[in-house]
Design a protein around this ligand. Structure first.
Ligand code: SF4
Ligand code: SF4
Length: 483
C-alpha cells in the first residue's frame, strides 16, 4: 500500500452547489440528480442484510401462515374484517381497533424517541428492498457504480440497451410478485389464486389494483428511489418533532474528526510524532458521502434526509482501519453525548409514552378478553310496525343479527322467553349455522294475543342458545294497537 493509498484522488462527490440548493438529489434547474451510492460492507451491513432477508421472507410468508384458521394478517375491507395474529376484529370492534392502532402509533413514537430512525434504516420496505434486492440486481447486471454512471452518461449503445432491458424485466417480475403478495394481505391467497385463473373481467377491480401496485413498485424501486424518503414519506417529515437530543442518531464526531484534511500516511506519522500540528481524524476521503443512499454528507450534522442506514459508519470504519485509527468517527450516538454529556434513556417524554402505551394495551387486552363470543342485535323489519291478525292476535316482524366472534363453527336457535303467551315463527331453517367470523340475519314473526298488551307496547324476551353451550337472553319492545 502506498503512503497515500486511502487518498485515491477520486473526485469528491458534488454535494450542494450553493446555499440556495436544498436537496442533494436535485440539480440547480430542478432536474433529478441520479445517485450511485457505493455498497459499504461492514458489521452493520451484514446485520442489516440478515434482517432484510428475514423480513423479505416474512412478508411473503405472512399471508400463508394460518393462525386460528385465518392468515396471520389479513385486512379484509370488503367484509370489514381484520385478522391480526389470530385475533379477528369486526365492524363492531372499530373502537377496539382504533385503540390498538393508537397503541402501535405511540410505540413507534417511543421507539423513534429512543432509537431515532432505526425503522427507516433497518426495517422499512423501501430500504430493505432497494438496498438488498433491487440494487444488488442492478449491480450484477449493470456493473459497479462508476461503470453504471459512465455508461448512463455516455451514448445509448446496444450494451446500454440490453442491460437496461434485462434489468427492467427482472424488476417487473419482482414487482409482480410483491404486488400480488401485497394484495393477498387484503383478499387472501385462496381468493387470489382462484381469481388469477379466472376471466379478468370478473374481477376487474382486483386486476386494476394489482396492475397499479405493480406499476408503483416498479416506478419506486426502478426510478423514484431515495426521493421516497427525502420528499414523499410523511414519517420522515415528522422526525424533527419525534427526535430529541437524547435520541440515538448516526452521527459524525466533529470533536474527533475536525479539522479535517486530506493527507498522506507520512504526514499523519509526523503528526503522531508531534513534528507537525495534528489535524483531525477525518481525512476528507468522501467514502461516507459516496456510500450514502440519500446523497448527503453526514459531516454537515443531523439532517432530515438521513435514514440512519449506517452505510457511512461501515464506510468510515473501514477507512479508520486502513489509517490505523480507532473506529467510530461516524457512529451511533446522541447529540448530548457529542456535546460531552450522557444519553438519558429515562426522560419525561419516554416516561409519558411508556405509561400511555402500558395503559392503552392493558385496556385493549381487558376489552378483548372480555369481549362477547357472539355479537347479537335485534331490529324491526322495515314496513308496518305490527300486523293485526284476524284471530285477535298481533304479529311483530323482527330481525336478529348474529355474528360469530369465536374461531369455531357454531349454530344457534332462538326461543321466546316472556311473556309466556308469545309464539315465535322463524323464517328459514333452524338451528342456524355460523362459520367463524360469519354474520347472519334471521327474520322471525313474534305473535301475541292482543290482550297481552296493556298499552301500545310490551317488553318481549328471547333466548339465543348456541351449540357451544353459551346462551343469551335479550329484550326487545314489541308494538301493538292503542287500546
Ligand atoms: S468521515 Fe470518515 S469516511 Fe467520511 S470523509 Fe472523513 S474519514 Fe472519510
Ligand atoms: S448519512 Fe449515513 S446513515 Fe444517513 S443516510 Fe447517509 S449513509 Fe445512511
Amino acid at each position: 500500500m502506498s503512503d497515500s493509498s486511502w487518498n485515491t484522488g477520486a473526485e469528491a462527490p458534488r454535494i450542494l452547489d450553493s446555499p440556495e440548493e436544498v436537496l442533494t438529489t436535485l440539480t440547480k434547474d430542478g432536474k433529478r440528480r441520479w445517485l450511485y451510492p457505493v455498497e459499504s460492507k461492514g458489521r452493520y451491513h451484514m446485520a442489516r442484510k440478515v434482517l432484510a432477508y428475514f423480513l423479505m421472507v416474512l412478508f411473503i410468508a405472512i399471508p400463508w401462515i394460518p393462525i386460528n384458521g385465518k392468515p396471520a394478517l389479513m385486512l379484509d375491507f370488503v367484509h370489514r374484517e381484520f385478522a391480526i395474529l389470530g385475533l379477528t376484529f369486526y365492524p363492531t370492534d372499530t373502537i377496539l381497533l382504533m385503540v390498538f392502532m393508537i397503541g402501535i402509533l405511540l410505540t413507534v413514537v417511543l421507539l423513534t424517541a429512543l432509537l431515532g430512525r432505526v425503522w427507516c434504516g433497518w426495517g422499512c420496505p423501501q430500504t430493505v428492498y432497494l438496498e438488498f434486492l433491487f440494487r444488488p440486481i442492478e449491480r450484477f447486471i449493470e456493473g459497479a457504480e462508476h461503470v453504471r454512471k459512465r455508461r448512463n452518461e455516455g451514448p445509448r449503445t446496444f450494451d446500454w440497451f440490453w442491460r437496461k432491458a434485462v434489468k427492467i424485466t427482472i424488476f417487473f417480475a419482482i414487482s409482480l410478485v410483491l404486488s400480488h403478495t401485497f394484495v393477498a394481505y387484503f383478499v387472501g391467497w385462496e381468493n387470489l389464486l382462484v381469481w388469477l385463473q379466472g376471466d379478468p373481467r370478473e374481477h376487474w377491480g382486483f386486476f386494476l389494483i394489482s396492475a397499479l401496485t405493480t406499476g408503483l413498485i416498479l416506478y419506486d424501486f426502478g426510478y423514484f428511489r431515495e426521493q421516497m424518503c427525502t420528499i414523499a414519506c410523511p414519517y420522515a417529515r415528522m422526525q424533527s418533532i419525534m427526535l430529541d437530543r437524547d435520541s440515538l442518531i448516526v452521527s459524525y464526531d466533529p470533536n474527533r474528526g475536525e479539522p479535517r484534511a486530506r493527507r498522506s500516511k507520512k504526514i499523519m506519522a509526523q503528526e503522531a510524532a508531534g513534528e507537525i500540528a495534528a489535524k483531525g481524524d477525518c481525512i476528507d476521503c468522501f467514502a461516507c458521502v459516496r456510500t450514502c443512499p440519500t446523497g448527503i454528507d453526514i459531516r454537515d450534522g443531523l439532517q432530515m434526509e438521513c435514514i440512519a442506514c449506517t452505510q457511512c459508519i461501515d464506510a468510515c470504519d473501514s477507512i479508520m482501519d486502513r489509517i490505523e485509527k480507532p473506529r467510530g468517527l461516524i457512529r451511533y450516538t446522541s447529540e448530548n453525548v457529542l456535546e460531552g454529556g450522557r444519553t438519558k434513556v429515562l426522560r419525561a417524554r419516554t416516561f409519558i409514552y411508556s405509561a400511555l402505551i402500558i395503559l392503552i394495551f392493558s385496556a385493549f387486552t381487558f376489552v378483548l378478553t372480555t369481549r362477547d363470543a357472539y355479537d347479537i342485535n335485534i331490529g324491526r323489519v322495515v314496513g308496518e310496525p305490527f300486523t293485526e291478525l284476524p284471530d285477535d292476535r298481533i304479529a311483530n316482524r323482527l330481525r336478529f343479527r348474529v355474528r360469530n366472534q369465536t374461531a369455531e363453527t357454531s349454530s344457534f336457535d332462538i326461543a321466546p322467553v316472556a311473556p309466556q303467551s308469545m309464539e315465535m315463527r322463524i323464517v328459514g331453517a333452524s338451528p342456524v349455522e355460523l362459520e367463524p367470523g360469519e354474520m347472519t340475519r334471521v327474520e322471525t314473526w313474534v305473535i301475541l294475543p292482543k290482550s297481552a298488551f296493556e298499552g301500545t307496547s310490551l317488553e318481549g324476551q328471547f333466548e339465543l342458545s348456541f351449540s357451544d353451550g353459551l346462551s343469551e337472553v335479550l329484550s326487545y319492545t314489541l308494538l301493538g294497537p292503542n287500546q
